[in-house]
Design a protein around this ligand. Structure first.
Ligand code: EPZ
Length: 417
């Protein structure tokens, strides 16, 4: 087991460079099997979710080469075998193999995916989308067999603008016969990144980034080279850390538009920001105003930044409210923030935070990935030593977090115990 130790209360200054986006990478790797030739993807983050997906590729006899931040995927010797539960349950994004295998072979056999326990996380919209394209879905316990004689285009309306369902349906539809229209599609930047990747291979997708995506099926997908966009959630997490401890902290390799909702909330709170073309410079202030946030689909306030943002709310003067609308179980960080000294109460899907409160280091748990990021932010702000267990969650999504924070002055280590 790994634990993280932080000696908090230090000023942080210098530059943190943002890595490739986890939530794009985890779809791009499964999507790469759709090529009939070879796909090269660069700016791949070294996180454990990347490793877990490469393990699945290897199981499927896909040739995978890793070179620094790039990955070359060649599926010429690939075999479409059942993906064992031990692989699918390692992460949520294993479900992208369903859409990709269905698109390529008209058959996918795998188990219910894993991932953070932040809600029930059903996959009904993915499966309804596959069925609309002509597939049948058999479900035996946790196992799913999705297959089709042939796939045909369809008009699909998503009841919820789901990121995963939008991407999975795109993956299955790119090689279906005819035209697919996804209405009420999710608009997250990662979806645009995946659509661009597929189009680079020869797919015909228009409208990604809007709520209507149109896909004209093609027979062949070829060789391509692609770059992962910077991780907007990693960027947002470090900008929040900068607001807590930066003197100043520069967050580099960012697409600022992708974190507009966060930046405007930070400005409302009184955080000093300089926003450049590809960076954000953030300087901590002595006093912040209380602000309310409500999570929403993109371009609304990202649910994945809600937990780290709570830490800033503990340092703001007055009463702040955070309402979570996407995941029913995304307040697991709150009891640990309270242990650190925060004054927070939760009712239904809203947390009320009264600040400012001094945070004092103690033992806390990273209950999920972004709760873990919140614990890191709180530990950096807190006086004294914070010990975080379940660090594996954090390493699923933040590349070289210890190295990046150490380089700007943090006292942070990971130990194997
Ligand atoms: C993606 O999850 C991200 N994960 C999540 O990031 C992120 O929180 C989420 O999108 C929302 O932005 C990845 O990209 C791997 P959804 P996803 O389908 O695709 C309901 C992180 O911290 N729903 O958009 O699983 C669902 O229960 C992670 O990096 C259905 O009801 O999210 C939720 O309430 C955590 N049926 C809502 O829709 C379905 O079939 C949005 O989920 C699918 C979803």
């Amino acid at each position: 087991m790994k634990i993280m130790e932080i000696e908090g209360g230090k000023d942080l200054s210098g530059t943190i460079r943002i890595s490739g986006a986890k939530n794009a990478t985890v779809a791009l790797i499964p999507a790469a099997i759709l090529t009939d030739e070879e796909a090269t993807i660069c700016n791949i983050p070294e996180i454990t979710d990347t490793e877990a997906l490469c393990d699945i590729l290897k199981e499927l006899k896909v040739d995978v080469k890793r070179a620094s931040e790039s990955i070359i995927v060649n599926p010429k010797n690939m075999e479409n075998i059942e993906i064992a539960e031990k692989f699918s349950k390692k992460l949520r994004a294993s479900y992208y193999f369903m859409g990709a295998l269905l698109g390529k072979y008209k058959k996918a056999v795998m188990y219910f995916p894993g991932g953070c326990s932040i809600g029930a996380r059903p996959i009904d919209l993915h499966l309804k989308g596959f069925e609309a394209l002509g597939a049948t879905v058999q479900n035996e316990g946790n196992k799913y067999i999705v297959e089709a004689e042939s796939l045909h285009g369809a008009n699909i309306y998503l009841d919820i603008a789901s990121v995963g369902a939008t991407i999975n349906i795109m993956l299955a539809a790119v090689k279906a016969e005819g035209k697919t229209v996804i209405d009420n599609a999710a608009k997250e930047p990662e979806i645009v990144n995946i659509a661009t990747f597929l189009n680079n291979m020869g797919a015909k997708i228009v409208g990604a980034g809007t709520s209507t995506i149109k896909i004209e099926g093609v027979k062949h997908l070829g060789k391509c080279f692609h770059e992962v966009i910077p991780d907007r959630i990693e960027a947002g997490t470090y900008v929040i850390i900068g607001a807590l401890c930066g003197t100043p902290l520069k967050i580099d390799n960012v697409i600022p538009e992708h974190i507009d909702s966060l930046l405007s909330k930070l400005e409302e709170a009184g955080v000093s920001l300089e926003v450049g073309a590809d960076y954000v410079l953030v300087q901590k202030q002595d006093k912040y105003k209380a602000v309310n946030i409500k999570t929403a689909v993109y371009p609304g306030f990202a649910t994945d930044l809600q937990q780290p943002f709570t830490v800033l709310q503990t340092q703001s003067t007055g009463k702040s409210k955070t309402t979570e609308t996407i995941w029913e179980n995304r307040f697991m960080h709150i009891p640990y923030l309270k242990d650190l000294g925060a004054n927070i109460s939760v009712k239904n899907q809203t947390a009320t935070i009264i600040g400012p409160t001094k945070l004092k280091g103690c033992e806390v748990v990273a209950t999920d990935l972004r709760a873990g990021a919140a614990m890191v932010a709180a530990g950096l702000k807190a006086e004294g030593k914070t010990t975080i267990t379940n660090v594996e969650h954090i390493l699923r999504g933040y590349e070289q977090i210890v190295e990046k924070l150490t380089a700007v002055g943090a006292k942070i280590t990971i130990k194997e115990i």
